[in-house]
Write a protein that binds this ligand. Structure first.
Ligand code: IPE
Ligand code: IPE
Ligand code: MG
Length: 603
């Protein structure tokens, strides 16, 4: 995260914030050190980034102190990574030490460092799981070594890893307060672009500071498009090439932050915050454009008049919107939250291995080149399992949950990378309400309390949010954020999923990208389509397994299964366990895959 305009060191000496003006008191009871800690966080935010400060002022009063704490923490880490008085190794060590101290402070429930004190209080009070910040903190530590991005894809990955986890925490805060900043699933791409646009705007704004430190956080691909521009920038010389590069980049950033559809259907208060952020960034980009050669000497800022024109109506709008929304402020809680230090080893201490199979069964040895990368399962036969036992159908769905856990344990034990489960199709709405409610409720309960939560599993959801209960969507988004840094197994649960729906939405996303000028419609290829799927990183399915004695694919993953090996078994879903998954994988390992080529004949 880049918030490098001022050093936090200057702030300790800064005068108390907003003296003489009414000051909002965070809910800190009588603890004066905590009040002082939050005040410092507010000051850091205001001095570091007045734009962010103004946006936080558009939030409900109760959410401002936790936002200051989060932002101040990110700024402090950024400064530790940037302090040019220290050698690279020393700066890396300082970021690491701060992060580790946070872990101890979270366990203790307090801190002697004021910013961490406020952050720990925020995490405990608002039940934030700060472990998802681990990746962002590691990325900040790595920034110390300077960054080089070959292309926009590498740049985006950095940007996503560094900023998104902090913004996710803010989303969690809104959710805890009872005003979820729900992003429609089909707008997730817009949201990612918006974050990219924010980062690019920041980089263009801070160009002079970064260049003075020898940093240039732009992808080589963008620099190479304007020959000579990189050298000129590094030498501090404003040439036609640099001017053209900056013009191109401000236009790109403007396009990325302009995502009007992103806030459709969102709470009007949250929508005002995001829309105002976009307006402020566009004003900032205008200031970058207007600066010309001065951009290489100082940080451009939009005029006070321009900022007021944006902020004054936004303040009225947000005040009205929040006044109509009752918010919940959770009470204090004893420390139970943990955060991991940088590095993959740290988080593994909070994760546990899967429980062993009751019979002691162990997975078969499968040669690495015979292992499927991705197994997808159509979990069928719950209803018939129940009917066979004279039970109502919903009982079959309840019983099916244990088989889901078994698949996850088995996948972890055999070392599978991707497991995708078909839990509820767009066609399953044709069933009666009680059955639908049981299926969706069982999934939500499992997300909240289930035994998978502490395993090394990155959980995510694929499907359409429309018609799904809000709590279920929120629970999934929460688990996605909480587990995003896990590396063991990627578990994708398909709920309200339909293959044709996915293809239609992907085509719509491509059409929008073409309309926005992000892609040339004449050059659209398979790769472009794949990049616009809801989960572009999901690999092709190697093995598609269906239980329940049916031999069809029922609108499941048409894009990903075009070359999948198919495996059908008669057992009903509640009767399977991890040994059946291993059996399916063993069967797969014996198949010969050709992908259209002539098979090689072994001598
Ligand atoms: C699969 O079991 C679960 C879902 C479709 C949600 P079914 O409920 O389809 O079970 P059968 O096919 O009727 O036995
Ligand atoms: C497919 O099962 C959907 C899921 C397993 C979630 P169905 O039972 O709904 O499929 P059809 O209707 O038999 O094709
Ligand atoms: Mg069925």
């Amino acid at each position: 995260m880049r918030t490098t305009t001022h050093s936090t060191k200057d702030l300790d000496a800064a005068p108390p914030a907003q003296r003489g003006r009414p000051v909002h008191r965070p809910p800190t009871g009588e603890d004066p050190s905590l009040r002082a800690a939050y005040r410092l966080c507010r000051r850091i935010t205001r001095v570091h980034d007045p734009g962010i400060y103004a946006l936080i002022q558009l939030m409900p009063t109760v959410l401002r102190p936790p936002c200051w704490a989060l932002w101040a923490a990110a700024s402090v880490l950024d400064d530790l990574a940037d302090q040019r008085d220290a050698q690279q190794a020393e700066r890396e060590a300082r970021v690491q030490a701060w992060t580790q101290a946070l872990q101890c402070d979270l366990a203790a429930g307090t801190s002697t460092d004021p910013v961490r004190h406020a952050l720990v209080n925020t995490a405990l009070r608002w039940r934030l799981d700060l472990s998802s910040l681990q990746g962002a903190m590691t990325s900040t530590r790595d920034d110390v070594r300077g960054q080089h991005f070959a292309d926009w894809a590498a740049w985006r990955a950095w940007c996503n890893g560094e900023i998104a986890p902090w913004v996710d925490q803010v989303q969690d805060l809104f959710e805890r307060a009872g005003a979820p900043m729900t992003l429609r699933l089909e707008r997730q791409q817009d949201y990612k672009r918006f974050i990219d646009g924010a980062q690019l705007t920041d980089i263009l704004t801070d160009l002079s500071t970064d260049l003075a430190q020898g940093d240039l956080f732009l992808p080589q691909e963008a620099l190479d498009a304007f020959p000579g521009a990189e050298d000129d920038l590094r030498q501090g010389s404003w040439s036609p090439a640099t001017a053209a590069l900056i013009r191109e980049l401000t236009a790109l950033a403007r396009q990325w932050v302009t995502r009007p559809a992103m806030t459709t259907g969102m709470h009007p208060g949250a929508a005002t915050v995001l829309n105002t952020a976009a307006c402020l960034m566009r004003a900032q980009l205008d200031a970058v454009d207007a600066a010309g050669h001065a951009l290489l000497k100082r940080t451009p800022r939009p005029s006070l008049a321009a900022r007021t024109r944006i902020l004054a109506p936004a303040r009225i709008r947000s005040k009205l919107a929040w006044s109509l929304t009752p918010l919940t402020v959770p009470g204090p809680r004893p420390p139970t939250v943990t955060v991991s230090g940088p590095g993959p080893a740290a988080e593994s201490t909070t994760l546990r291995p899967p429980p062993p199979h009751p019979d002691g069964a162990r997975p078969p040895q499968i040669a690495a080149d015979r292992m499927p990368a991705h197994v997808a399962i159509i979990m069928d036969g719950n209803g018939r399992w129940a009917e066979q036992r004279g039970l109502p159908r919903p009982e079959g769905h309840r019983a099916g949950t244990a088989a889901v856990h078994e698949m996850v344990y088995g996948a972890l034990e055999i070392g599978l990378r991707h497991l995708t489960l078909y839990a509820f199709s767009t066609e399953n709405w044709k069933r009666d309400t009680e059955e639908i409610t049981t299926i969706l409720e069982a999934i939500r309960r499992d997300l909240d309390e289930g035994p998978i939560r502490d395993l090394d599993v990155r959980q995510r959801w694929l499907g359409h949010p429309d018609k799904l209960p809000q709590e279920l969507v929120q629970a999934f988004l929460r688990e996605e954020r909480r587990t995003r840094n896990r590396t063991g197994l990627t578990l994708t649960v398909c709920i309200n999923y339909g293959g044709r729906d996915e293809i239609t939405r992907t085509a719509a996303a491509l059409a929008q990208a073409a309309q926005a000028g992000d892609i040339d419609p004449h050059l659209i290829g398979e790769d472009d389509f794949a990049r616009h799927l809801p989960h572009p990183d999901m690999p092709d399915v190697d093995l598609l397994w269906r239980t329940g004695n049916e031999q069809r694919t029922s609108n499941f993953l048409p894009w990903h299964t075009t070359y999948a090996e198919l495996y059908f078994v008669p057992h009903y879903w509640p009767d399977v366990d991890r040994r059946d998954l291993w059996q399916a994988i063993t069967e797969y390992s014996r198949r010969q895959r050709r992908h259209g080529a002539v098979p090689r004949i072994s001598p």
